[in-house]
Design a protein around this ligand. Structure first.
Ligand SMILES: Cc1ncc(COP(=O)(O)O)c(C=O)c1O
Length: 450
């Protein structure tokens, strides 16, 4: 048994002070420091990190080049608001972002502090530039917790409970899920056609296409359990958007910045979006978000439609510039693709061994392992998922899950193959111990999960 004295003390203090509305509970892990793919708790125990601070530290914890850039900028200037004045890191970063974003056209960018506010910004931009009120997102998506992002989201009832009314004119359509298709037995192409037909029916019945400003779609739907859509769907959606003058906005907050082996998740589908929403990993965990779009969509925006005093502050911009440099210099997206393919292979071997592993899916280092009570019905196995995460933590792995049943495999992209193998060994051992009934029910009182 490891020593957890300081961790448990801190967790108790936290529980008495912090709002319960701001935490999803897993286990008492109070983090003190992190390096690369490893974090250490207050009692000195270390863990391999499968969560990357919710996908925000793609360059690894405290990458020395990012830390150095932050220190250097902090000594120059912490903040002068970009709402009124100008600074170099902001312009340098914007040059990088417009060059990295797919699309051979002139682009512009604006910044915020969280993935949530960037989603709100995208709604504003889409409505203003098209003159249309309606924005469409996806059932079971998570876009954040400001009012706009919350309205786009449709993955959790408690999120919106008793805090409404939410934004008007936001619609949700089904995300194409090949594992749990709308009609059992459908092929991925049939799932795609079903979901496109759903939109066409909406256009002719209750959501006139000429009132729709944008579709906001994640290239892999994250919090519903890392659902990878059929390539066909993305192309058909792009065509539909073109036909009706609707914007195609790729929501890259969780999948961007190398996570899927490409700079942006949408690049895996060969589709060019009109705009992208960015957050999380853009500044290796410092608060920065943004929207990059075709220039003509932002050209008409009037100030101060999307300004925040501390958005695009020089320290976060310096961190983002260093993040981009590190991702390029260390060829990290390619590394993510390689380690991710290896991990998927090993999970597929586990799937052969354990009946409760229903599905293994993902791209690069964005992998979901879906645990079920029955492979036919695909009923979610929350008990298995909770117990396996808990046991993995006891063995030195920081592991979380989505949607009650999907192990979230999103480590820092700098994770070495040896670290990944060790993590996979821990998960496999934990699965085995679960199968043998060696993980007590009492852990379910602690692990609540997402
Ligand atoms: C796809 C997606 N969009 C938006 C957000 C919200 O980002 P933030 O928590 O930085 O506001 C998240 C956060 O988990 C996310 O996964």
């Amino acid at each position: 048994m490891k020593n957890l004295t300081k961790c448990l003390e801190l967790v108790e203090a936290d529980k008495s002070l912090l709002s319960p509305g701001s935490r999803i509970s897993y286990y008492p892990l109070a983090i003190k420091r992190g390096r690369g793919a490893i974090v250490e708790d207050l009692d000195g125990n270390s863990y391999i990190d499968m969560l990357s601070s919710a996908g925000a530290v793609n360059t690894g914890h405290c990458h020395p080049k990012v830390v150095e850039a932050v220190k250097k900028q902090a000594e120059e200037m912490l903040l002068y608001t970009t709402v009124y004045m100008y600074h170099e890191p902001l312009v340098h970063l914007s040059k990088e972002i417009v060059a990295l974003a797919p699309g051979d056209f002139r682009k512009r960018v604006f910044y915020g502090l969280s993935g949530s506010d960037a989603n709100d910004g995208a709604i504003k931009m889409a409505r203003f530039s098209t003159g249309r009120p309606k924005v469409v997102s996806y059932i079971r998506s998570y876009h954040g917790n400001t009012y706009g992002a919350m309205t786009l989201s449709a993955v959790s009832l408690p999120m919106g409970h008793r805090v409404g009314p939410l934004l008007p004119d936001i619609y949700h359509v089904p995300y194409p899920d090949p594992y749990r298709p709308p009609v059992p037995g459908m092929t991925p192409d049939q799932v795609s056609d079903y979901c496109i037909d759903f939109i066409k029916t909406a256009f002719t019945n209750y959501m006139p296409a000429d009132e729709v400003a944008a579709f906001i779609i994640e290239p892999i739907q994250g919090d519903s359990g890392l659902i990878v859509p059929p390539v066909k769907y993305m192309h058909d959606l792009r065509r539909l958007c073109d036909e009706y003058g609707i914007l195609f906005i790729s929501e890259e907050v969780q999948q961007g910045f190398g996570r899927t082996g490409k700079w942006f998740g949408i690049e895996n589908f060969g589709v060019v979006p009109d705009a992208m929403i960015m957050g999380k990993a853009i500044a290796s965990g410092l608060p920065l978000s943004g929207v990059v779009s075709r220039a003509e969509l932002m050209d008409p925006l009037n100030p101060p439609v999307h300004t925040f005093t501390t958005a695009g502050n020089p320290v976060c911009c310096a961190a983002a510039l260093a993040t981009i440099k590190v991702l390029k210099e260390e060829n990290i997206p390619a590394h993510a693709a390689e380690v991710g393919a290896h991990a998927q292979h090993r999970f597929r071997e586990m799937q052969k061994r354990f009946e409760f592993v229903g599905d293994v899916r993902g791209i690069g280092l964005s992998i979901g392992v879906d645990l079920v009570t029955n492979r036919e019905t695909k009923e979610r196995n929350r008990v298995a998922t909770s117990k396996i995460c808990y046991r993995a933590w006891e063995k030195g792995l920081l592991l979380a899950f989505f949607s009650g049943s999907v192990l979230r495999i999103q480590p820092p992209l700098v994770i070495t193959k040896a670290e990944m193998d060790k993590a996979l060994d821990i998960i496999e051992e934990s699965m085995e111990e679960f199968e043998k009934g060696q993980i007590p029910d009492s852990v379910l009182d602690t692990v609540k999960g997402w």
